[in-house]
Design a binder for this molecule. Structure first.
Ligand SMILES: *[C@@H]1O[C@H](CO)[C@@H](O)[C@H](O)[C@H]1NC(C)=O
Ligand SMILES: *[C@@H]1O[C@H](CO)[C@@H](O)[C@H](O)[C@H]1NC(C)=O
Ligand SMILES: *[C@@H]1O[C@H](CO)[C@@H](O)[C@H](O)[C@H]1NC(C)=O
Length: 360
């Protein structure tokens, strides 16, 4: 009996939503809120004075507004030839095909109400990492989010804004820069003082945990906390003959295991219906690197842009490089560090299929 009543209610709701013309996915995740580094920054660094930027050609060369939308590319500050995984994820939730960067003065609240990106290329969990590049440290990303929440309350009204903020999906992705640009690159820096990558990783995990607790205190209930990629396989980090640097991959796997412990603890302790999921980036990237042909890719060792594809990024990938590849969809990496749109799409598809579908 009970089942039949639930069914009747469900059918009635279905009917109502059909009548009101709402897209089926619209109610569940009304907004995608993004924090992190260059793999998820949709253009905030364009508005900072930092050299870590990509608001020039050939970045964005293949950017289209959505699946099958066509149109020429344009540089937006995304570190890729096209869209990022967060853009595909937004679209998969029935939200806009491009997540707007919060710092873009041309973006209004009606756009930002469906998604806002606070990420900054070059950022890390460690303040000292972001300071190396004069980009947004994590506390500043969170400060901007608080400002956004206040604006959302004026725009939607307090109750509707609370509803949006608790139903939104919060995607958090960083940590690679902490290891590669800080711990391993700055021998006497703050990170190196930890002695071992495990000890430094422990510090970063503590920051990640506090960050999710802070988001929860501000109303977040659905959080996708992402792990590290196989960072020893980024073109810049590969060794002789293009072999992956296994030490970096091992560091990433240990960090990811720790992150999953943090997530289990948070799910046990945070109330209010909070659900934190582990965003697996390592698995999908490793799958592409192991069987690129299955994804139509034939080069996983060098980036598409620049002369060598082995170290160039940012300004060194300027439009004048004659050796930039013509078909980036055949490459896993766009520059020496950052995925092509093709790899971003594979990451987004895998995440939707294996974890994020729970929020659909
Ligand atoms: C907000 O921005 C969107 C996208 O640019 C635009 O379509 C819309 O008209 C703007 N709304 C207002 C109220 O300015
Ligand atoms: C980062 O810096 C901010 C501002 O100085 C400070 O409030 C915060 O505690 C620092 N975070 C960490 C993890 O040290
Ligand atoms: C995800 O699911 C879609 C639709 O079922 C499928 O086409 C795609 O191949 C899957 N992708 C991955 C990476 O599992």
């Amino acid at each position: 009996m009970c089942l039949r009543r639930d069914l009747a209610v469900a059918v009635a709701f279905l009917h109502l939503s059909v009548l009101s013309g709402e897209p089926a996915a619209a109610g569940k995740v009304p907004a995608l809120i993004v924090f992190g580094d260059s793999t998820v920054d949709t253009g905030n660094n364009n508005y900072l004075s930092t050299v870590v930027r990509s608001d020039f050609a050939p970045y964005g060369r293949d950017l289209q507004l959505g699946a099958g939308a066509g149109g020429g590319g344009r540089p937006t500050g995304r570190f890729s030839n096209g869209r990022l995984a967060v853009d595909f994820i937004s679209e998969a939730f029935g939200l806009p095909p491009l997540v707007p960067p919060y710092l873009d003065p041309a973006v209004n609240m009606s756009s930002l109400a469906a998604g806002a990106c606070f990420a900054s290329a070059g950022a890390g969990y460690d303040n000292a990492t972001s300071d190396l590049f004069s980009v947004l440290p994590l506390w500043k990303e969170l400060d901007y989010f608080k400002e956004y929440a206040a604006k959302l309350r004026s725009f939607q009204g307090a109750d509707a804004a609370e509803e949006t903020l608790s139903a939104a999906l919060y995607l958090v992705s960083m940590g690679t820069n902490d290891f590669l640009e800080n711990y391993y690159a700055v021998p006497r820096g703050h990170a190196a003082e930890y002695g071992t990558p495990e000890a430094y990783g422990g510090y970063l995990l503590g920051v990640a945990e506090s960050f999710v607790r802070a988001l929860h205190a501000l109303g977040a209930r659905k959080v996708d906390l992402n792990g590290l990629p196989p960072m020893g396989c980024l073109p810049l980090e590969r060794g002789a003959g293009g072999a992956c640097t296994e030490e970096y991959n091992a560091v990433a796997e240990r960090f990811n295991a720790g992150l999953q412990d943090v997530i289990a603890r948070l799910n046990g302790e945070l109330g209010g219906g909070a659900r934190i999921v582990y965003g697996d980036v390592y698995g999908p990237v490793a799958a592409v690197l192991q069987d690129p042909a299955a994804y139509g890719i034939d080069n996983v060792k060098a980036g598409c842009c620049g002369v060598t594809g082995l170290f160039e990024m940012g300004y060194m990938c300027g439009a004048r490089s004659p050796l930039t590849c013509t078909d980036a969809s055949k490459f896993a990496f766009w520059d020496a560090i950052h995925p092509t749109e093709r790899l971003h799409r594979a990451i987004a598809d895998a995440k939707m299929n294996t974890t994020l579908y729970v929020f659909l």
